[in-house]
Structure formats: structure tokens, C-alpha cells
Design a protein around this ligand. Structure first.
Ligand SMILES: [Zn+2]
Length: 315
């Protein structure tokens, strides 16, 4: 074997290792950034579609319809999806089948896509609260964040692709079957997801998590719960201020029990971007007219800039 051939073997080995073990790298470039491509109107179109499926509590056929809709949209954008299916006992019935929908992106097919390390988890629950006696449309809760996450999926794969270092997760069963979330009711999807992730090596864990929830209120007033990591909150404010949206973002006066909690508990710093100051919350008044495409755009583009510039970039 000549020295030249040996070198080629070494190079092949290095390239091979990079191809299967390391996440793709990314550098923030203001000219190539994609945050401004987020369309509030396209996001609103998804919210309208989801609300059209009817109330979507965990275990319902309307939620299965929503799942198929999300899968079809993501797949048309080049994302691979995977259903994380599990059963759980709930106060409402013996067992409910729940499904977290995970999505990853790669420009070329790879065998180890789901084992690849990634940097940012972006999540939203997609179930709606179960009410026996009223039609709960869930336009803002959870239509808004679900629609925004589908639009984020579209924007992320535009060059330069940051999609390769992200995982999108649509969590099932965030809502409690009883009135309020308790230790055993609610957060079914994120608790299960975190439990599975904890079994994996730390190198498989994302460095940052972002949860979107109730982000479409036409009177937008995001109040990040105080149990979100302070460092992530500061970066969120920087991104919002860069875009002139600082007035829409602040801190809630307490912690909030939401899908960020199980992730923080297993050591993944996760911020909850939520506007709980929403008059028709958990009522039949959570209708499409309460949701504005401007609010979706403000939160969507701020979230993308947070990821591109402050989480993955050099700032
Ligand atoms: Zn809710």
C-alpha cells in the first residue's frame, strides 16, 4: 500500500465517521437566514384545517386525521416522520393509545437518521382538551402552535438548512382528561418522550428545547413561565428585540405546567413560549377568529431567529 493510498483510506474513514456520527454544522449568516420567510398566512391555513377536523382530544379519530395531515405536510417538505406510539391509563378510561409524532430532516437518505445527534428540539402539543358537553375547537390551544410548527418545518428546509440539526415533535396528550394537569394526568406525550430519551446516551440528547403553546392570540402577550431556563429566555428577548417585537414578550409571574417540564427534568434546557393570558382559554370560545396570522408570524419568526442566530450561530 503506497503512502497516497494510505492517505485516501484515512480520508475515507474520517468522512465515513462524520457521515454517520456527527450532526451537520451550521453558522449564522445574516444574508442566508430564513427566519423572515415564516408566513403567518400559511401557518393560519394549517390552523384552519386543523380546527376543521373538529375537537381533537387524545385517542379521538379527529386527532388521527390531524396526525395524517401533519405527516402528509411534513413528508411533502422532505421530512421523515416517525410515530412514537404508547398506551396510558387515564382518569377517563382504562387505556388510551397516544402518539407523539417526530420529524427529522436529511437532504439524502441515511440509515441512522433517528440515531443521529441533533441540537434543537422544537415541540408543540397537537391534542385538544376533552369536553363531554361542548365542542371545543382548540384554535389557539393547540391549533396555533401546531400550525406554526408545520410552517417552521417548511422554512427550515430552505437553504441554508438548519433542519438537519433539529427534531420537530408534535406531542400527544398534553391536556389532562380531568380539569387540571396533575402528576398522573396530562403531559402524557412529553413525559413518555422524556422517559425514552433518558434511556439514551447523553450524546443523543438535544442541547436546547423550545415548546410553542397558545401563540396565536390576536392580543399577543407571551409570558414565558419562570421555570424556563433564564439563559434561553434572555436569548429569546434578544431575538425578539432584533426584530422589533420586544413588546410582545415577557415573563409570566409563575411557573406553568406544560410540555417543557419533563424535558427540563431530564436535563434538556427547554423554554416554553406560551401566552396564557387568553380570555377564551379552555372554553368553546377558542375559535379561529381569536387567532391572528400576525401573532403567528411574530412568534414564528422570533423562534426561528432564536434558533439560527442565538442557539446555532456564534452569538
Ligand atoms: Zn390547553
Amino acid at each position: 500500500m503506497t503512502r497516497r493510498v494510505q492517505l485516501e483510506w484515512v480520508l475515507l474513514l474520517v468522512v465515513g465517521l462524520c457521515a454517520c456520527g456527527k450532526p451537520a454544522t451550521y453558522r449564522y449568516d445574516v444574508d442566508a437566514a430564513v427566519y423572515h420567510k415564516f408566513s403567518g398566512d400559511l401557518a393560519m391555513g394549517h390552523v384552519t384545517k386543523l380546527v376543521g377536523f373538529g375537537p381533537r382530544p387524545a385517542g379521538s379519530s379527529a386527532l388521527e386525521t390531524s396526525r395524517k395531515y401533519i405527516e402528509a405536510r411534513l413528508s411533502s417538505l422532505g421530512w421523515e416522520t416517525q410515530r412514537q406510539t404508547f398506551e396510558s391509563e387515564t382518569p377517563a378510561s382504562d387505556k388510551v393509545t397516544l402518539v407523539n409524532l417526530r420529524a427529522r430532516y436529511t437532504p439524502k437518505p441515511v440509515a441512522d437518521l433517528w440515531e443521529r445527534p441533533y441540537k434543537v428540539l422544537i415541540g408543540s402539543h397537537y391534542d385538544t382538551k376533552l369536553y363531554e358537553d361542548n365542542e371545543f375547537p382548540g384554535a389557539n390551544d393547540s391549533g396555533s402552535s401546531t400550525g406554526a410548527l408545520i410552517e417552521i418545518a417548511r422554512v427550515l428546509v430552505e437553504p441554508p438548512s438548519v433542519a438537519q440539526v433539529c427534531e420537530l415533535v408534535f406531542f400527544d396528550g398534553e391536556e389532562a382528561f380531568g380539569k387540571n394537569i396533575t402528576d398522573v394526568d396530562g403531559l402524557y406525550g412529553s413525559r413518555y418522550f422524556a422517559k425514552q430519551l433518558r434511556k439514551e446516551e447523553a450524546s443523543q440528547h438535544p442541547e436546547h428545547g423550545i415548546i410553542l403553546d397558545m401563540i396565536g392570540d390576536r392580543n399577543l402577550n407571551v409570558g414565558v413561565p419562570v421555570d424556563s431556563p433564564r439563559g434561553l429566555y434572555k436569548k429569546l428577548l434578544k431575538a425578539a428585540n432584533d426584530l422589533g417585537y420586544g413588546e410582545y414578550f415577557g415573563m409570566h409571574n409563575s411557573g406553568i405546567i406544560d410540555d417543557h417540564v419533563p424535558l427540563n427534568e431530564i436535563g434538556i434546557p427547554t423554554i416554553d413560549i406560551i401566552d396564557l393570558d387568553f380570555q377564551p382559554w379552555h372554553t368553546a370560545g377558542d375559535t379561529l377568529d381569536q387567532v391572528s396570522s400576525d401573532s403567528l408570524r411574530i412568534v414564528g419568526s422570533t423562534t426561528l431567529l432564536l434558533i439560527e442566530k442565538y442557539l446555532l450561530g456564534d452569538d
